[in-house]
Design a binder for this molecule. Structure first.
Ligand SMILES: Cc1cc2nc3c(=O)[nH]c(=O)nc-3n(C[C@H](O)[C@H](O)[C@H](O)COP(=O)(O)OP(=O)(O)OC[C@H]3O[C@@H](n4cnc5c(N)ncnc54)[C@H](O)[C@@H]3O)c2cc1C
Length: 484
């Protein structure tokens, strides 16, 4: 890749701290609406712990909205350095693939992720030792429809990171009526769980740093670079940034970042809320022999208010042959999630108990067994995915603001599944690499998706599975061309 050598066009003499990048052009600030504020050239002061907390947790939605509409647009006008680094905020599928694809184009990056136990975001697996309990508690499996994603998945199959899930899955109608789904298209799962796939994705990459757990709480443009920090602690400076997460967290981060167009698109996104119940049983669940159906390993549940999916992790991940324990993940409908929404970081015990009882009752209705007859799980835990799945989408692979040198990737740009997330990360990486290759000149040619309207998304409560059963929506995105 040829990246032009940066020629400093403005020297910032006011810089109060020695910086290897101090000879780079200071970003100018383009007026957005009526406010114009020039960067003083002073390094942003690290916020005190309390102040940072207040701005990240104590800000009302109204004030976030007000802030992000009024904020000024950052305009990086200097040339791109000859060895640029990208800061990727979010280590789910989209952020990880973005980093991987940037490396293929010779661009360095750092991925920041909040994960305490590992990377992956909504590719989440919980393992509980020594009982040998294992649960995929968000993404359950995925299908492949795009050739570029197919090539990626083939690589994962060769490396033993994913495998075909050949167990019976289907639709379970209230009362225990099970209709199997054909075994094609292939269904893939992470070997040992989705999180293990996420944790392995970057293990061979030398141009990618991973910082975890790290919750990036502030983005500040200074001296031609983005400065990232976590509650006042500096996390590094970057030539461009990628927002690879969504929801409240992203809205807060973008509220005063200097990226009003990016912030506005992010705010248009609507997300569902979904409860997951992880439950381990000593015995197999009592399946009724109806119309000769075999015990299934996964089912999209229909006609039950509290359950939309049930999956047997022990069968799926450990291929356990009827032996103890039996680890099931039950996922609620989005309607149930909406009705029972509470702050996900602080779930009241009473709500947790109520949700658990309603979901177990839903399992009985789905299986068509008498109320109260389901064996008691010896382990159970509920989790709320407050920002679970997108319900609308701009249906473009990525968003990029070349003036602010910032982009967005994530499942919601194309759909609501792992394939969409991977394709989005891939597209943004290539777009940024092309932009760098052009030295950051002709910014307007590189603007993508900043004004794209959103459309509603359809699919299962747990996302879209291209090619599976009735899911065959042709996506406008397939025909969408990036600017380069
Ligand atoms: C219950 C449920 C079931 C699902 N089932 C399926 C399925 O079976 N098949 C399928 O294909 N898809 C499924 N999905 C959807 C799939 O999980 C997502 O489409 C995909 O994982 C999204 O990846 P992403 O990279 O866009 O976002 P995420 O996975 O959400 O990644 C974002 C990451 O950014 C991190 N982050 C957030 N803020 C910050 C910050 N300030 N600093 C640092 N890091 C930050 C988060 O912690 C997270 O790790 C399911 C989703 C849910 C919720």
């Amino acid at each position: 890749m040829t990246i032009p050598i940066a020629v400093p066009s403005f020297s910032n003499k006011l810089a109060p701290f020695p910086s290897v990048f101090s000879s780079f052009v200071m970003e100018s600030v383009r007026p957005e609406r009526s406010s114009v504020k020039k960067d003083s050239g002073e390094r942003p002061k690290p916020a005190s712990r309390n102040r940072a907390r207040k701005s990240s947790h104590g800000t009302s939605r109204r004030s976030i909205l007000k802030k992000s509409f009024a904020q000024e647009q950052v305009d990086f006008t200097g040339p791109v350095r000859d060895d640029p680094v990208v800061g990727i905020i979010g280590g789910g599928m989209s952020g990880l693939i973005c980093a991987q694809e940037l490396e293929k184009r010779g661009v360095r990056s750092t991925v920041f992720d909040t994960g305490m136990h590992g990377l992956g975001g909504r590719m989440a697996t919980r393992m509980i030792e020594p009982e040998r309990l294992v649960f995929d508690h968000a993404a359950q499996f995925f299908t492949v429809s795009d050739d570029r994603f197919a090539a990626m998945v083939k690589g994962w199959l060769d490396e033993g990171l994913v495998q075909d899930w050949s167990g019976a899955i289907g639709e379970l109608r209230a009362g225990g009526h099970f209709l199997p789904i054909p075994s094609t298209p292939h269904r893939y799962i992470g070997v040992g769980g989705m999180r293990l796939l996420a944790d392995s994705l970057l293990s061979k990459n030398s141009l990618v740093d991973v910082v975890r757990p790290c919750w990036v709480s502030k983005l500040e443009p200074f001296n031609g670079m983005w400065h990232l920090s976590e509650n006042g602690k500096h996390c590094g400076q970057f030539d461009a940034i990628v927002i690879a997460h969504n929801g409240k967290c992203a809205n807060r981060l973008l509220a005063s970042s200097g990226l009003p167009l990016i912030a506005r698109q992010m705010k248009r996104l609507q997300l569902s809320s979904i409860w997951a119940l992880l439950a381990a049983f000593e015995d197999p669940l009592p399946f009724l022999e109806r119309d000769g159906f075999l015990p299934f390993e996964g089912a999209f549940v229909k006609g039950v208010d509290s359950i939309s999916w049930m999956g047997n992790n022990s069968k799926k991940l450990l291929n356990s042959q009827g032996n103890f324990p039996h680890c099931w993940t039950f996922i609620s409908t989005s309607e149930f999630g909406k009705r029972n929404k509470v702050p996900q970081e602080n779930i009241p015990n009473a709500t947790a108990e109520k949700v658990k009882a309603a979901m177990l009752e839903g399992v009985e209705i789905a299986l068509g067994i008498p109320n109260g007859s389901l064996p008691k799980p010896f382990f159970s835990r509920v989790q709320l995915w407050g920002a679970a799945l997108p319900i609308n989408s701009p249906r473009i692979p990525c968003i990029f603001d070349p003036r602010g040198r910032a982009g967005i990737c994530g499942d919601w740009l194309l759909g609501s599944n792992l394939e969409s997330a991977a394709l989005s990360g891939m597209s943004l990486a290539n777009h940024i690499a092309d932009y760098f290759q052009n030295g950051g000149s002709r910014p307007d040619e590189f603007a993508v998706g900043l004004h794209k309207e959103f459309q509603p998304l359809e699919g299962q409560d747990i996302g879209q599975f291209p090619g599976l059963a009735a899911e065959n929506q042709a996506s406008e995105a397939e025909n969408y061309q990036l600017t380069t």
